[in-house]
Every structure is written in structure tokens, then in C-alpha cells.
Design a protein around this ligand. Structure first.
Ligand SMILES: [Zn+2]
Length: 123
């Protein structure tokens, strides 16, 4: 029987292997029949009929996911992507300067340990 889908054509995936589940998929049990349901993240918050029992189920919204994330226009998402990349580059530069500082401190530590060892053997 062909179900009427919403415009975006988001529907439960049938007989999904554990290995086929993507990070972005929403996985939950049908509250009516208990069937393990798998759906693309775009189905979050939608009311869709269960592929097993046909009852209408509300797809849960994953933790940390905001519904408006889905409504952003591509330009906005691109802007966020660029901002994320910039932050990433900044973080990488910070890591590099911290690594250089770490090397300096390790050298200083090495010198101090030598001085202490010499002091101990001299006494
Ligand atoms: Zn069901």
C-alpha cells in the first residue's frame, strides 16, 4: 500500500542493518508496535506513519538538535560552516603555539632536573 508522504519524501527506512545506520539517522522504537524505526534526520519532529503497523508516530528530535537548524537556508548554513572552519584554524594555531611552549617548558624542566641531580650528588 502506498502511503501518502509529506513533500520532503522523508520516510522510515525498511530493514536497516546496524551497519547501515548513519550518524545523522534517528533511531527509535514505534510506540504502538515496538518496531525499531530508522529515519533520516530531516524527519525529526514530523508525524509519519509507522512502516510496520501504519499508526502515526511522532519522530523524536535528537538531543542537541534544534528544529530551526533544519529550516536554515543554504547561505546561512554555509556562513556557519565558514565560521566553524575559521574557529578550527584558530584552534590549530593555538595548539601549535602551546606545543612550542610545552617544548620550552620540557627543556627548562630537563635543565632543572640536571641541576638538582648535580646538587644532590655534590652534597
Ligand atoms: Zn508501529
Amino acid at each position: 500500500m502506498a502511503e501518502v508522504q509529506n513533500e520532503e519524501e522523508v520516510s522510515f527506512r525498511e530493514d536497516v542493518d546496524e551497519a547501515e545506520i548513519r550518524d545523522t539517522d534517528i533511531v527509535f522504537d514505534c510506540p504502538h508496535c515496538g518496531k525499531n524505526l530508522v529515519i533520516d534526520y530531516r524527519g525529526a519532529g514530523l508525524q509519519i506513519n509507522c512502516s510496520e503497523c501504519g499508526e502515526s508516530v511522532l519522530v523524536p528530535i535528537p538531543d542537541g538538535m534544534e528544529l530551526h537548524d533544519l529550516d536554515l537556508d543554504p547561505g546561512e548554513i554555509l556562513k556557519q560552516l565558514f565560521a566553524t572552519r575559521r574557529n578550527y584554524q584558530k584552534a590549530e594555531l593555538e595548539i601549535r603555539s602551546l606545543q612550542a611552549r610545552l617544548v620550552q617548558l620540557q627543556e627548562t624542566l630537563g635543565v632543572m632536573q640536571e641541576v638538582i641531580a648535580e646538587g644532590l650528588s655534590a652534597s
